[in-house]
Design a binder for this molecule. Sequence first.
Ligand SMILES: Nc1nc2c(ncn2[C@@H]2O[C@H](COP(=O)(O)OP(=O)(O)OP(=O)(O)O)[C@@H](O)[C@H]2O)c(=O)[nH]1
Length: 309
Amino acid sequence: MPEEPAETGYEGVTRCGFVALVGAPNAGKSTLVNRLVGVKVSIVSHKVQTTRALIRGLLIHDGAQIVFVDTPGIFAPKRRLDRAMVSTAWGGAADADVIALLIDAKKGLDDDNLAILDKLAETPRRKLLILNKIDSVAREKLLGMAQEAAARVSFDRIFMVSAKTGDGVSDIPAWLADEMPLGPWLYPADDVSDLPMRALAAEITREKLFARLHDELPYASTVETEKWEARADGSVRVEQTIYVERESQKRIVIGKGGQTVKAISTEARKEISEIAEATVHLFLFVKVRENWGDDPERYREMGLEFPRS
Ligand SMILES: Nc1nc2c(ncn2[C@@H]2O[C@H](COP(=O)(O)OP(=O)(O)OP(=O)(O)O)[C@@H](O)[C@H]2O)c(=O)[nH]1
């Protein structure tokens, strides 16, 4: 992640900010972000909870860099890891510049969405409601839904769209760009395509790490993708670092004769290859980073929280 403000190519004023995307699984978050960003950045799937990356994509509009971040696990989290992330997810959403709630209009205001609306009502942030999948819902139903949602939460704006057909989507970037605070861009413009892949790959390895070692490692241990290099032969070289807080934890992660880290690597490589749709060569490093849990920059790098300077 960048330490210096990124080169924008814009002479004038720049803006940069975060949009937290909140939505039930299958609401269409990936489809919408892919359409907005114009580059396929995350995985669209019929499966529930496929996308675990925290950063979904970057959109650049009119001098503004808009970073879409995910809020995994907000909806009825079942797995241990997801449950542990819920409060972080809400914390992240509450710190974003705009919270965008995406609702599958075919489903309407079911219990999950009503719970989210109640929670949103308490959040002092700019709020956007996006009713998605209007291609398959009658107009009267949409209007009723928008009214009911607006009665519960004072949304700053409501869009009705079809992420699939693109209907209604084109007005969203300009509105979001205006909402972003003034400031330098956080990411270089050409990072757009592999940033979410890097984040997703890190999440995958982190999941494998915790699946094996959840009793022995503090939740704060983290994984960062340092390198994502596409090779001429179509394969990808991925380098990741597992950060732990103590030497003793480093030994646990490495395991006897390197067995543990090797097993984690094998499992993670398989899954990363699937999402990358390429042969992946994965190199895992284990490093001790003391007190990282107190360093706000680390959280920011993971997209977990966005402390303001
Ligand atoms: N009819 C219709 N289907 C849509 C629309 N947008 C998304 N879908 C479909 O809804 C399903 C879920 O879309 P995704 O974009 O994967 O949803 P998501 O919210 O990112 O899902 P998770 O990553 O699992 O949380 C896919 O089958 C999409 O094709 C839309 O505007 N209209």
